[in-house]
Design a protein around this ligand. Structure first.
Ligand SMILES: Cc1cc2nc3c(=O)[nH]c(=O)nc-3n(C[C@H](O)[C@H](O)[C@H](O)COP(=O)(O)OP(=O)(O)OC[C@H]3O[C@@H](n4cnc5c(N)ncnc54)[C@H](O)[C@@H]3O)c2cc1C
Length: 381
């Protein structure tokens, strides 16, 4: 691997840092912490104004034509600044799929509103009995004349309470193997019969259960061919794996080191040693993310490398957030705003949230399956 980032990417890093220092204020962070909604419309629209929401897209489609290096820098800096980015990343996962598989009408009516920062999309894939294996989805879509009637329930539809559309995975055929009877729809969240209920997770993040009771949509809401929804899902899933998971750990190490220096506890060998171990893993995690970006730059699909980066980084975050809480002591468990809390409650927050990160965007076991089967050529488990 060539470890050198591009000159363009590094000059861009300074620009992103300046921008985030201005827009990711303490007030924004506090609101995210209080509501669990990892999205800020002000930040989102300011990014849209700079064409950063779809920066990897060609200029003719409203992007900036950036390569994986530049995108990696943007993601790294967003994570390092603790910027709320769920709205943007979920929206772009769906929008990339619509860009590839949607109708001309969908592209015309949805994409410009996404790129201008006007609307968000969310992902309605997981169900109570279909998470890792989302192709087992049971939410039913049945044809009725020129429209479709949808009935069922989705679990973990994050950002549905802010989104204009759910990018919904449905079952349209029960007579064929599960991957072949699925169809995707773009369902407006103001359609009668659509309801949601908030779910607050261990990590503090708010997500939703979404319910579909005789939700009627026209055939023009269908994305891709009937019963070929899995082809559309595969496109979407290839955009779900980010490359910057390591930046969470890097941010924690930076805050841990600042705490240790400010309190003088950096002099204690056990504190220094634990910080050094965390810093070493953070470096490995960042390099795995950069390796994945570099593989993408070389024109290959970096699914195995992205899985390596996600698996190592999210599991290292669990280990080190626990170790740092251990080193700091009970006050590390106080939340932001509570008297005596340390580093704005960042350690406490990371301790809770790290576990959740090993689940979404593919659990650790699913990442191991990808690495062993596609990377190492081992048989299916
Ligand atoms: C905070 C949060 C936000 C989310 N946001 C969204 C969203 O916006 N949209 C959406 O559609 N979904 C979302 N999800 C759902 C997420 O994708 C699923 O939780 C995840 O895929 C795991 O599915 P599950 O929870 O049903 O667990 P299960 O799939 O039931 O897994 C349970 C356990 O079994 C293991 N396991 C499962 N299959 C295998 C296998 N083949 N081999 C080995 N081990 C296996 C898993 O690793 C896990 O440990 C979100 C989840 C969380 C926690």
């Amino acid at each position: 691997m060539n470890f050198a980032s591009t000159e363009r990417a590094e000059s861009f890093r300074a620009e992103v840092r300046g921008f985030l220092a201005e827009h990711v204020t303490d007030e924004v962070r506090r609101r995210v912490e209080e509501t669990g909604t990892h999205h800020d419309w002000g930040l989102h629209r300011a990014m849209a104004d700079r064409h950063w929401i779809a920066a990897s897209w060609p200029e003719e489609y409203g992007g900036l034509g950036w390569g994986p290096w530049e995108m990696n820098v943007l993601e790294e800096e967003l994570f390092l600044a603790g910027a709320p980015r769920d709205g943007m990343s979920l929206t772009m996962t769906a929008t990339n799929a619509i860009h590839h598989a949607g109708s001309d009408e969908q592209r015309r009516s949805v994409i410009p509103r996404v790129l201008s920062g006007e609307i968000l999309l969310c992902l309605g894939w997981s169900e109570p009995d279909a998470g890792s294996d989302s192709a087992s989805a049971k939410t039913r879509a049945a044809r009725d004349g020129g429209s479709w009637v949808i009935n069922g329930q989705k679990m973990f539809t994050t950002m549905a309470h802010e989104a204009t559309y759910v990018f919904l995975l449905t079952r349209t055929n029960t007579e064929v193997p599960k991957h072949r009877g699925l169809t995707m729809f773009l369902v407006p969240t103001d359609t009668p019969g659509f309801e949601l209920q908030p779910v607050h997770t261990l990590g503090g993040e708010r997500t939703n259960i979404t319910f579909y009771s005789d939700v009627r949509v026209p055939d023009s809401a269908r994305v891709g061919e009937v019963d070929h929804g899995w082809d559309v899902m595969r496109v979407a899933l290839s955009y779900e794996h980010g490359t910057s998971w390591g930046a969470h750990l890097e941010r924690l190490v930076q805050r841990g080191a600042a705490w240790a220096r400010a309190t003088g506890r950096i002099e204690e060998p056990s504190v220094a040693e634990r910080l050094a171990r965390a810093a070493t893993d953070a470096e490995v995690a960042m390099l795995l993310g950069q390796y994945s970006a570099w593989v993408g730059e070389s024109g290959r699909i970096s699914d195995v490398e992205a899985s390596m980066a996600k698996l190592f980084s999210s599991e290292a975050l669990v280990r080190h957030s626990g170790e740092l809480v251990d080193v700091i002591g009970p006050e590390a468990l106080l939340k932001d705003g509570q008297p005596g809390s340390v580093a704005d409650g960042d350690f406490e927050h990371a301790y809770r949230q790290s576990v959740v990160r090993t689940i979404y965007a593919g659990s650790s076991e699913m990442q191991r399956n990808i690495i062993s089967q596609r990377g190492l050529g081992l048989p299916r488990g």
